[in-house]
Design a protein around this ligand. Sequence first.
Ligand code: NDP
Length: 484
Amino acid sequence: MRNVQPKASHYVGGAYADDTAGAAIDVTYAATGEKVARLHAATPAIVEQALAAAEAARREWAALPGVERGRVLRRAADLLRERNRELSEIETIDTGKPLQETLVADAASAADALEWFGGIAAAVRGEHVQLGSDWAYTIREPLGVCVGIGAWNYPTQIAAWKAAPALACGNTMVFKPSEETPLCALKLAEILTEAGAPAGVFNVVQGRGDVGAALITDPRVAKVSLTGSVPTGRKVYAAAAEGMRHVTMELGGKSPMLVFDDADIDAAVGGAILGNFYSSGQICSNGTRVFVQSGIKEAFLERLTERLQGVVMGDPLDEAVNFGPLVSEAQLQKVLGHIEAGVAEGATLVTGGKRVQRDGWYVEPTVFADVADGMSIAREEIFGPVASVLTFEDEAEGIARANATSFGLAAGVFTADLARAHRVAAAFEAGTCWINTYNLTPVEIGFGGSKQSGIGRENGLGAIEHFSQLKTVYVGMGGVDAPY
Ligand code: NDP
């Protein structure tokens, strides 16, 4: 296995930095439990250095023409692509996700974001408003120092989805990865420096929630972008509000997928597989409540169970493997607990349900049928390979039950009836919807949640609005007409 021990734990002011006084963070390979690297949480001194570096860099970076900032991002995109294999292996060792996935979904997605926002950087602009002979214009300005905080499921992608629009707009960033997956963001920082990003433009500090909390309450910070769970989102949003900071909250979900009886059943089963078992189910937008119209329930379950025979479990570094372990033992226990609750509540276990008897933190792909809306497996985010299949009779009922959740991250509909597809998509209370496909999130389109699942959007042009603010300038062209 590749040596993944980084030169140091943090990346501050354009270089690696460390302070071994910080609590140890051990990186374990989820497929074996083997320790593969040791890092240290940021001490207050490292947090201070990172914020000071970002603050010192921000004016000069913001003053560069957008085309020059964009060039740096686009060079970084090229470097990510050139090093895709190395970066994918690190991502696999960091997260346990199969190399078969990371080779196409992680550094590649990060490169897309850097390339796309690199192109947009030169096009960020305000507008001219004629007001008789007076006129006004707007300037789209960066916010300043932004803090990014990431979850562990897509560490490279999350860092890049935040850094790319932030840097394109002229902000600087201090990014804190999840303590579970501290390696990948360091590589992104290294590559941005190599691509020409000035020191301090993108910094990485490691640590747990306390380091995140120290970052978001610092007076130099103008914006916080979090990817994490709803409970963490509430805390981070509240802490950010104290300083009137901008926020983007990419939080959890319990997304519905409605499969109508006229749907292409293989496409719908494919959607359910992508939306429940890719990355061993550790995807925020997963469609974990699979509502199947009652007439096709048996056919759907049969086809799903059949297709799950195609799962190849094993060492995620083996490219033939398409199903890996969960990220940590804690996550494994959490997922097993949800499965136990599903059985206890009376759902039918169609397949899976057990820990796999091998090293590492593997749980079998699990499908429950006869799930009722009130069961915990239909209400709580599991973040593991567990699909709940429910049945519905008609469109109105399907929509009502799909929306009966406090989450609103994503939703999907499978049907051959196009009018119905658009009607259902319009009725979904969710930030990101798919018709006849699931979980595709290219950089060109916005991604994010409604209701408890979040605020703001990543990707697409919307992300520019969330990493900038408008200044209005009124220009008087005549005298000033004062009353006295
Ligand atoms: P957590 O909410 O536990 O943690 C998210 C990040 O926040 C971690 O880096 C964590 O640090 C940090 N953190 C925790 N407490 C605080 C605090 N008080 N102040 C500042 N930072 C804090 O999520 P997970 O890492 O367990 O990730 C899984 C969750 O992320 C799921 O709910 C999933 O749906 C969601 N997610 C959402 C996505 C989206 O785009 N909508 C995409 C991917 C995941 P540490 O863990 O190191 O202590």
